[in-house]
Design a protein around this ligand. Structure first.
Ligand code: ADP
Ligand code: MG
Length: 724
């Protein structure tokens, strides 16, 4: 058996099976082997029903049967009862005074049952047991495939991520069969041996055996560490190769005089913060260097990223290409994730540039604009797409702002020297490539984000970018007051908001969903929906104020209209989902109520509340939770005390499970990879090893000859990222 063999050529797979595996991205033996267990369970504490004795604390796994309720013989009190059966025997379970319990479970359900064994010999039962539903039964010790060597530790079995049609057990057994068929014999480790040795990581064959059928917990741990390292290592090689490619390309190199910049920034109605100054200086230094810049500008909402973008765009738009003597200018493309944001950037840029003879274009899916208009030099005007494209192509429009519409093939530039990308997570670098498609030179890249990212994640997914932090808020901003609102505290909150509305302010209300879900889920999850909550607030709470709604299922035109109405203060209270675009700027909105706050990561909550810190009035954030758990409230309290978003992101990473980390989904990391980034040492090791490897072998063709297996892995990684 070879790693590249199709699973179907060795195992009988019916269509349902094949489909299910495909959903998990598994068609080959290799992909199966890399479908790693999500966790392990210890069968050491599982007892067989046949062996249960009176008075013992039992934990058994089995199937439920004969569930029913009846009245007790003498007392007439209700009793719920049934049986649990595990293959060795069955035993009765009884709950007293809890007749509804029998109705909560169904016959045939797989369960874990824990409780005290009572009754008399021959009539044993488990009294008032705790019952936990299971997707499948664990592999028990009598299972033939689970070779019990009698060693105390030999009780770990893996639990795999399942999908409808494939069970965890199937994965386990099939992987073991692959081992038996000798797949390991032909496997060559893609990671160089010296790298593994330096960090004491098990080599591939050992690691596969250890991760799929560990004899000891420490073996499983070591194997997981190896695969985590492997994943980060591949990403870091890709980062290093990207960086090498950028460094090898020619770019636009130009110098800007400090006076020239000062003439632009001195007109701002504010002084730049130190971190804005530093950011601008770093970027201008990159412009005058030999390699294209690749930089990430990270700063909370309101930290002034747009001012940095505008100033550096000014430097570009007022520089001449070195191929022209006395005419022409370099160009800037500024890409935003949504139409609303693209328009907002367009308007901000008009503010920054209106005194200059510099034209600005806007291109989105729903139309094009240009500033200034020929008729009224103070205003923008609508123009045709064809006209705009023509002026971009001949270089007449130096600054062009837009959505994804910017990367369509038809958009061509004359001298694209600078690409600014807002909130695109990992993919800013790809967009630069697409934008620069027909240009011989590599434009400089500034990727901007308000998403607070922990250092390890940034090092991994932005590994090829230099990072600049805007970690300082402009002077004069009032720090936000954040309150955690528990059950029964809503009224005070509404009274506060009412007084704010009376004083002329506006409010956001964020809800976890759009529509009222079906009854059962609504009560189970108690999630407020945008539509229902808006109706309730209008009818019962804020009759005298105008309530509007905004959510992701509205068309761009509807969204625009609502945002405009909110910004014109025709709407007082905007009820929205959390997808409301980051960075939408309505300075008069100074209150934000976040319903179901416990469902969000802290860094996401931080980003949501960032929407209300734009103005000069005191901002407030109310994080509303129905949860009575102290743990939840304590976690939310960090919101009130953390100094900035980065602190909260680290908090999320360590305490909440990295899978829920904001921005994690876009990162393309697996669950194990996300686990890995909790470990700074591991990430740094993988990074420096990858950089070393690429430094010694910078030519891509050379690299793929020297490391064919690594190259194969990188191709797979590239494909999976492309699929998103
Ligand atoms: P970001 O894009 O980081 O969210 P913006 O660049 O949109 O932030 O700035 C937010 C607001 O703060 C804007 O109204 C801008 O004019 C203003 N601003 C930017 N820099 C400063 C500064 N140094 N001092 C005072 N106000 C500033
Ligand atoms: Mg912004």
């Amino acid at each position: 058996m070879q790693r590249t063999d199709a699973l179907a050529s060795h195992f009988r797979l019916d269509l349902g099976h094949q489909k299910a595996l495909k959903r998990l991205g598994i068609t080959t033996v290799e992909e199966l082997l890399y479908h790693l267990p999500a966790r392990y369970e210890d069968t050491g504490d599982i007892q067989s029903v046949a062996g249960l004795e009176k008075g013992s604390d039992a934990v058994v796994y089995g199937q439920l049967s004969d569930l029913k309720t009846r009245k007790a013989w003498k007392s007439r009190k209700p009793i719920a009862e049934g049986y649990v059966e595990d293959g060795s025997a069955k035993i009765k379970i009884m709950w007293f005074n809890q007749p509804y319990l029998a109705k909560m479970y169904q016959d045939g359900l797989y369960v874990k049952v824990a409780g005290k064994v009572t009754g008399s010999e021959g009539k044993l039962y488990i009294a008032n047991p705790e019952v936990e539903r299971l997707d499948s039964l664990p592999i028990d010790r009598s299972d033939s495939i689970f070779k019990d060597t009698g060693e105390a530790d030999d009780t770990l079995y893996p639990v795999y991520r399942e999908t409808a049609g494939v069970t965890s057990k199937w994965f386990y057994h099939t992987v073991l069969k692959c081992f038996e068929k000798g797949v390991l014999e032909h496997l060559v480790d893609p990671i160089p041996k010296d790298v593994l040795d330096r960090y004491n990581l098990p080599e591939l064959k050992t690691a596969l055996v250890w991760i799929h059928s560990p004899k000891k917990a420490t073996d499983a741990e070591a194997a997981r560490k190896r695969f985590a390292f492997e994943e980060v290592f591949y990403i870091q090689i890709q980062n290093a190769q990207n960086k090498a490619a950028v460094n090898a390309a020619t770019t636009y190199s130009f110098k800007t005089a400090p006076d020239h910049i000062a003439a632009f920034t001195s007109r701002f109605p504010f002084t730049l913060t130190n971190s804005q100054d530093t950011a601008i200086t770093e970027i201008l230094a990159n412009f005058s260097g030999n390699h294209a810049m690749s930089r990430l500008l990270e700063g909370d909402v309101g930290s002034g990223k747009t001012a940095v973008a505008a100033t550096t765009a000014y430097a570009v738009a007022t520089s001449r290409p070195d191929t022209e003597k006395d005419w022409g200018n370099l160009q800037v493309a500024y890409m935003a994730p949504t139409e609303i944001l693209a328009k907002q950037h367009f308007e901000s840029f008009i503010e920054y540039f209106h005194h200059l003879p510099i034209q600005i274009g806007l291109i989105t899916g729903s139309g094009c604009m240009k500033f200034p208009s020929k008729v009224d030099p103070k205003r923008p005007t609508k123009i045709s797409r064809a006209q705009l494209l023509k002026w971009v192509k001949n270089g007449e429009i130096p600054i062009i702002i837009g959505t994804h519409a910017l990367i369509y093939k038809s958009v061509e530039f004359k001298h694209l020297a600078y690409v600014i990308i807002d909130e695109q997570h990992r993919f800013g670098t790809n967009q630069r490539k697409q934008l620069a498609k027909k240009d011989a030179r590599m434009p400089h890249l500034l990727s901007m984000t308000a998403t607070p990212i922990p250092r390890t994640l940034a090092l991994t997914i932005y590994g090829d970018l230099d990072i600049t932090l805007l970690d300082e808020m402009p002077a004069g901003r009032k720090p936000i007051i954040t309150k955690i609102i528990g059950p029964g505290q809503q009224n005070d909150m509404y009274e506060h908001v009412r007084s704010e509305l009376a004083a002329g302010r506006q409010t956001y209300v964020i809800c976890p969903r759009i529509d009222e879900p079906d009854e059962s889920k609504a009560t189970a999850l108690r999630l407020k929906s945008v539509k229902a909550e808006a109706a309730r607030l209008q009818k019962d709470v804020f009759q005298e104020y105008e309530v509007g709604i905004l959510h992701g299922k509205m068309t761009p035109a509807e969204k625009d209209k609502t945002m405009k109405d909110f910004s014109d203060h025709k709407i007082d209270i905007l009820v929205a989902t959390s997808v409301v675009e980051v960075g939408v700027n309505v300075p008069n909105a100074t209150n934000i109520i976040i319903e179901g706050a416990e469902r969000f990561g802290l860094s996401q909550l931080h980003q949501l509340r960032g929407r209300v810190i734009r103005g000069t009035h005191q901002p407030y954030c109310f994080a509303v939770t129905e949860s009575k758990s102290d743990k939840t409230r304590d976690r939310l309290k960090a919101l009130a005390t953390a100094k900035n978003g980065f602190e909260l992101a680290e908090h999320d990473l360590q305490f909440r499970g990295s899978g829920e980390l904001y921005g994690a989904k876009q990162s393309g990391l697996s669950d194990l990879g996300m686990e890995a980034i909790k470990n700074l040492k591991l990430v740094e090791a993988a990074r420096s090893e990858a950089q070393g490897l690429v430094r010694r072998c910078p030519d891509p063709a050379d690299f793929s000859r020297t490391y064919p297996l690594l190259t194969h892995k990188l191709t797979l990684l590239g494909e999976s990222l492309h699929m998103e």
